[in-house]
Design a protein. Sequence first.
Length: 353
Amino acid sequence: MPPPPWVSLCVPAPVPPSPNPRPRTAGIGRASTDRAMCRRRDGGCPVPGTMTTTTLLLLGYLGYLALGTAVFWALEGGAERQAGQRLQLDRWALLRNHTCLDPAALDKLIKGIVRAYKSGVILQGNKTNMGRWELVGSFFFSVSTITTIGYGNLSPNTANTRLFCIFFAFLGIPLHLILLNRLGWLMLAWVHQSARILNNRWRLGQDPRLTKRLAQSCALLSGFLFFFLLPPLLFCHVEGWSFEEGFYYSFITLSTIGFGDYIVGMNPEREYPVWYKNVVSLWILFGMSWLSLVINLCIHLLDSSGASCLTCGGRRGPRRGEPGLTEPPGTSVSHGASQKPETEASPGREERC
């Protein structure tokens, strides 16, 4: 007996079974949908991390600062107190040996000397050395401004110069960051090209992971050699520093910390070649590009280890264009292996956001 006609309005028509049935688990379909939506939106999950991981990161950050505070206070506190006591003893000895000197006038003279030194004026016998604001010195100051190193040994003294410095840095810093990023990608592309040549010559195999690790190792070792081991030798020869002082200056400069305790070309007792500061400026530019790649790689490794998505709860994978020692645009290490772009979540496979 056929069913009444109103049954077809309430009961859906039977669906034929799928040729490749897959088991369904409660909750997986919703999670896969959320993750697929996250992947289609901005190339990844919108918000990495949770409140717990952010709190732990903040506590670790404060703990790291507390550790540095304790170590610096223990190592430098005693030396600073000894330097202050030595300065007072020298001042008292000078006043005792020269009774005609007025203590207030002597203190005023010392403050004037310190102020003149900060302005770039150095007293040499009966002459003053004004070389800091010459053409080469002004160029080096421009480099230290837009690179945000800011040694602090030299600063504008007039209102017009300060106003120009604000606009110069406001436009120059973004320009420097764009150039830094472009140079970093060019250096990375060159490293990957060198790694592929070495791979083909040594026949290391067709494993892309091996080639990628080789490229990263070449980038780290060559950059460490050219930007941290060879420049201190030049500083030892030109500045008269030790290798440890040159290595310390290299890292403090390229990381844009710029304490100002060691600065090239500032010793009035030495004659510097004309090309010296120009070469140092180029070293700063390319060295900062390489070091930014290394720092971005460390940030990526630390951030991707515990980052999760607040929308889908999944692990956050690297986004398109995320900086680091990864493959540059337009290159591939798979030796001709074609890769199929993923547009949808594959069924039965765990997805990464």
